[in-house]
Design a protein around this ligand. Sequence first.
Ligand code: SF4
Length: 382
Amino acid sequence: MRPASLDGARPPPFDFARAPILVFWETTRACGLSCLHCRASAISEPLPGELTSEEGHGVIDQVAEFGMPLPLIVFTGGDPLRRPDLFELLAHSRDRGIRTAVSPAVTELLTADCLRRLRDAGVMSISLSLDGAVAATHDGIRRAMGTYDRTVEAVRTALDLGLKLQINTAVMRPNVEELPRIFHHLRSWGVPTWEVFFLVRVGRATHELDLRPDEYESVANFLYDASRYGLVVRTVEAPFVRRVLHQRDGFPCWNAPLYRGLSSELVAREGPPTGPSTLGRRGTLDGDGIIFVSHDGTVQPGGLLPVPLGNIRTDSLPALYRTHELLRRIRARNLSGPCGTTCPDRTVCGGSRARAYAHSSDPLASDPACLWAVLGPPSPTR
Ligand code: SF4
């Protein structure tokens, strides 16, 4: 999740070679849900080797060592509510002057009292997942009946409490056609931020759930349209949306059946767009503005890019982030294939490093979900 005030654009004070803007900490892999596409293949009980409370304090202290401006820590999982010391860790972050965000799973642990405690702990924002416009789709993906109703209730409670709320949606085969209805829910509930994850085949995510590059192109163009209604729209593992944003400035619109269906339903529900796109023109990549600490302290470029760079138990997080050769190459866009050579938008995009790795075991290869990486960019006369 990216907090609501970080709209995907690179804020001027942040030099991504010096420090990430976001540190994702997978506090545990324990979770009461068992989602179809779970990156972490989360299970009901914590895995052996999980960082202790004392080591967790050490993670926070290492984040503080990046210096000002400090990154924000996203407490993720699994379900971070399964950490008995979560509120103690949030308090320690606050004491160190570090802003926090929390991504809880929607289970019976996420009560109104819990949401109030998160607000009172000074959490800057929370994210909740909504993967379907109706209970059958969402509960089918989350593999837990009643999760949709519980999510709607949690959304309303969080907004009533004044928490900054972001809704996350993982787009995949079972829900792609529900995107306009999900967006409509968010607008009618008053949710300010929608973050849409493009699938990466890691953990439990299989190719049956995945979309084709032309379908991702349709989703990216739909998200451009959806971002013109005031609600902040962001994407994860889809940096080529920035290319679509540039493209839509000067090229004719994408015109595939999936896009036409999504777009016409959007306009039918919402009316004409109300303003300019809220999509960011520059943003992060795994290892470029983002770093991930797993449940056992392994440091990775991102949660969906499981290349071990070192371990928080033995290595310095700032040193790993600043000097690791893989991260330096990602930040320099020293990549192979169209994402590193021929694509005119490679500096603002760079392709999903996680998807490249999942597809080819090479985190520096081109992004196989991007139509331009697959077909090449269109010639000016095309
Ligand atoms: S080819 Fe690579 S760099 Fe270019 S838009 Fe596609 S994913 Fe981005």
